[in-house]
Ligand binder design. Structure first.
Ligand SMILES: N[C@@H](CCC(=O)N[C@@H](CS)C(=O)NCC(=O)O)C(=O)O
Length: 217
């Protein structure tokens, strides 16, 4: 049996799945998607309608969408892990937060990055302002949510989604001092071994960050 993950070490959604794999100790092969490996790109493009990564290959079975991959890992490769409780009622809150991070943190963060990739000299100010506004609303909502969330070393679907989203969101719009719980949680997530591995593996690619990577983290 071969379990393989196709992705890129600098990609936020690749991290989301890698955090789950690392935290649950699931053995797998990493297959980088880059111009040196057209055969990996071909697999990714064949897997889903958008040709995006990550993609998980479990022998011949291909699965795309980071959340679906983590659900599959929790069920088939890491049933003893904390990734996602089996009980649907217990899992509901985790799935909700996963959607919050993908839609309302990763989404606007990626919109700002995309605008700078489109034209780094002249990003569309209105689009960037709209995305920054959306991120600020998400930061405020998360600050309130964190007053009831037990921060700890657990790695669940929530941490898998939150860690890469907050890591890169803070690079495009630093989390202001008005949100101390969110800042502290991001710092805590950065120390988790599963995330630290992703951060180190991505370090050589920082020069490619379209807005310029900050000199920290
Ligand atoms: N909803 C997808 C999003 C995946 C995604 O946006 N992947 C980016 C990398 S972080 C990608 O494949 N970008 C390359 C492309 O769009 O061609 C998921 O959860 O896996």
């Amino acid at each position: 049996m071969t379990l393989a993950l196709y992705g890129h070490p600098f990609s936020s959604y690749t991290w989301k799945v890698q955090i789950a794999l690392h935290a649950a100790g699931v053995e797998h092969e990493f297959r980088i998607v880059d111009s040196d490996h057209p055969e990996h790109l071909a697999v990714v493009q064949s897997a889903g309608p958008a040709g995006k990564f990550p993609v998980l290959a479990d022998d011949d079975f291909l699965l795309f969408e980071s959340t679906a991959i983590i659900e599959y890992l929790a069920r088939h490769h890491a049933p003893e892990s904390m990734l996602l409780p089996e009980d649907p009622d217990a899992a509901f809150g985790l799935r909700l937060l996963d959607r919050v991070f993908d839609n309302y943190v990763m989404g606007p963060m990626q919109a700002i990055v995309a605008e700078h990739l489109r034209d780094g000299e002249n990003p569309d100010d209105a689009r960037v302002a709209e995305a920054r506004g959306a991120l600020t609303r998400s930061y405020a909502w998360l600050e309130g949510w964190l007053s009831t969330y037990p921060i700890g070393d657990q790695v669940t679907l929530i941490e898998c989604a939150a860690a890469p989203a907050l890591f890169y969101a803070d690079w495009v719009l630093p989390i202001a001092a008005d949100f101390p719980r969110l800042r502290a949680w991001r710092a805590h997530l950065l120390q988790l071994p599963a995330l630290a591995r992703c951060v180190e593996a991505a370090r050589p690619y920082r020069a490619y960050f379209p807005l310029g990577a900050p000199d920290r983290d």
